[in-house]
Write a protein that binds this ligand. Sequence first.
Ligand code: SF4
Length: 225
Amino acid sequence: MGKTRVQESQADRKSRARKVMNGLKKLYPDAECALKHKSALQLLVATILSAQSTDETVNKVAPILFKRFPTAADIASADLSELEEIVHATGFFRQKAKNIQKACAIMVEQFDGEVPETIAELIELPGVARKTANVLLGTWFGKNEGVVVDTHIGRLSERLGLTWRSKDSKDAVKIERDLMEIIPQKSWTDFGHMMIWHGRKVCSARKPACDDCKIAKLCPSAGSF
Ligand code: SF4
C-alpha cells in the first residue's frame, strides 16, 4: 500500500483519483446523505447527533426531537433535561443536547433562527467542526467548500492511497486537504457520499471485501488484508 503512494506522482494520483470517482459513480449513482432531513436545521442537528452513533439511531431520534421542538427557537428555550432524554440513545447525550441548544440559541440571536451558510460561521457553532459544516454546505446548500472526512472516508482514502501527507489516518484536516487537491471541486460532496457508501457496503473497517470490489484494480491495498 505504501509502495504506490511513495512512487506515484501527483499527476498520476490525480488521474487515479478520477478513475476511482468514475468507478464509484457507476456503483452508486444515487448516493446521498443517509441522515433523513427536511431542512437545514434538521440536517445540522442530525449531523451533530450522528457523532459516535449510527444513522439508523439518529433517524429514529431526530423526528421525535423535531416533533416536540420544530424550530431553533423552540430548541433554544427547551428544558435541557428533556432534550437530553430525547437524544439519549445517540450517546454522549449531555454534551450533544447542550451543544444543540447553544447552537440554536446562537442561530436565534445572530441568524434569525436560520442555519448560517458559510463555513466560518458554521464552525463557530458548538458541536460543529469542519465535517458537520461540510455536510451542511454540500448536502443542503449545494456549496462545495470542502470534503467531508468521516471515519469511512478517512479509512478509504488511506487504503486507496488518496491521502499521503500524514500517516495518521485520524487527522481529518490533512486528509481533507489531500482530497481537495486531487478531486475536482464540483464533485467534493458527491465524492463524500459515494466513499461512505463504498465503506459501508464493501470496504468495511474490519473485513474489506477486496475480492468483490469493483475498484480493486485502482486500489494499492487490494488483497492486502
Ligand atoms: S480493493 Fe479492498 S481495500 Fe481497496 S477499496 Fe476495495 S475493498 Fe477497500
